[in-house]
Design a protein around this ligand. Structure first.
Ligand SMILES: [Zn+2]
Ligand SMILES: [Zn+2]
Length: 348
């Protein structure tokens, strides 16, 4: 079968001679992929930023498809079922899973991400077929009246954006700032509207991204050194009630802490990786800020998210700038890496 494999920094190639995945454990399923997407998270190994990434990995953790084969204990799944996968692999049975904390699962994993998350590597969705472990927990049915592309992002970026808005305690009437208007930030913005935000300020250094946010009803704010002053001017000097941080750098988090109002809440869903950062605790204490980190949980939040998508209250397909055959996946990475594409969907 055909799949994209990562071989090293900015080196990924499609091959046609990759072994078909098969059922290895009773709760496995094998899914024939219908749509997959390239995520910002995939750019970290692509750019060579993760030393431990294993060459030969089939990447991709956002995908939909059709169940080809289901193991004897993959309850509720049958060949022919249309499904969307959670990016997070979780057992569904351990203490953390029972609490609905799937990223804290004892056996957590991430499709197509080597052993960066958890201890086991699983090949991903930039492929014609994928083996899905714990399939009765990890896969969710797509209703007949919902197309694959509308369902696709529930498995990752929509769930992450939604967790960000919920984590920042966006309330009806709130003024919200989104820091970073990539796919996750834009879907955090959509989630803020769903939760009743009255106003959203969209902070990003790139004009193209600010334009996308403005098209979704946000007030664009350039991420310049005086961004805190700009936000102050736009909020009668108060700052915003909630800040949704979707970048994952120290600078973005410092901006979030700067622009939030006293007693406001910051939720960070950018993939932070600093061992230490200069947290301005004097400011955080004086403003009595609540700071929360979240990863996003498509397994726990599938139902509310599918309801929003099905009802048309959120249509994440606006993100998609490029649709390409899987055979051209390496070019898709190049376009996404260079910023020419805002979101690439691959079609096997
Ligand atoms: Zn992702
Ligand atoms: Zn678990």
């Amino acid at each position: 079968m055909r799949a994209l494999r990562w071989h090293g920094t900015r080196t990924a190639a499609v091959a046609d001679d990759i072994a078909m995945p098969r059922i290895e454990e009773p709760r496995d399923a094998v899914v024939r992929v219908v749509r997959s997407a390239i995520c910002g998270t995939d750019l970290h190994p692509f750019r060579g930023e993760i030393d431990a990434f294993t060459p030969g990995t089939v990447t991709g953790h956002e995908f939909t498809g059709v169940v080809e084969e289901a193991g004897p204990e993959a309850r509720g799944l049958r060949p022919g079922d249309r499904v969307v996968a959670s990016d997070i692999i979780a057992c569904g049975h351990c203490r953390s899973c029972r609490r609905g904390w799937h990223y804290q699962c004892d056996r957590v994993g991430l499709f197509g991400y080597s052993t960066v998350v958890g201890t086991r590597a699983y090949d991903g969705g930039h492929s014609e077929y994928v083996r899905v472990p714990f399939a009765d927990t990890v896969l969710f049915p797509i209703p007949d009246d919902v197309g694959d592309e509308r369902a696709l992002f529930i498995g990752d970026v929509l769930a992450t954006g939604y967790a960000c808005a919920v984590g920042a305690e966006v309330r009806p009437g709130a003024t919200v700032a989104v820091v970073g208007c990539g796919p996750v930030g834009l879907l955090a913005l959509e989630a803020a509207w769903v939760l009743g935000a009255a106003r959203v300020l969209a902070i990003d250094p790139l004009e193209s991204r600010r334009k996308l946010a403005a098209e979704r009803g946000a007030c664009p704010v350039p991420a310049t050194p005086d961004v805190d002053q700009q936000v102050a001017d736009l909020t009668d000097g108060r700052g915003t009630d909630a800040v949704l941080e979707a970048v994952g750098t120290d600078a973005a988090l410092l901006t979030a802490l700067d622009v939030v109002r006293p007693r406001g809440t910051v939720c960070a869903v950018g993939a932070h990786a600093s061992e230490a950062m200069p947290l301005p605790t004097r400011l955080a204490f004086a403003k009595e800020i609540t700071l929360r980190f979240a990863v996003g949980d498509p397994i726990s939040d599938f139902e509310p998210l599918m309801n929003l998508v099905r009802a048309g209250r959120v249509d994440p397909t606006f993100l998609i700038s490029h649709r390409m055959p899987l055979a051209e996946a390496a070019e898709g990475f190049r376009l996404f890496d260079s910023g020419e594409a805002s979101k690439v969907v691959l079609i096997p």
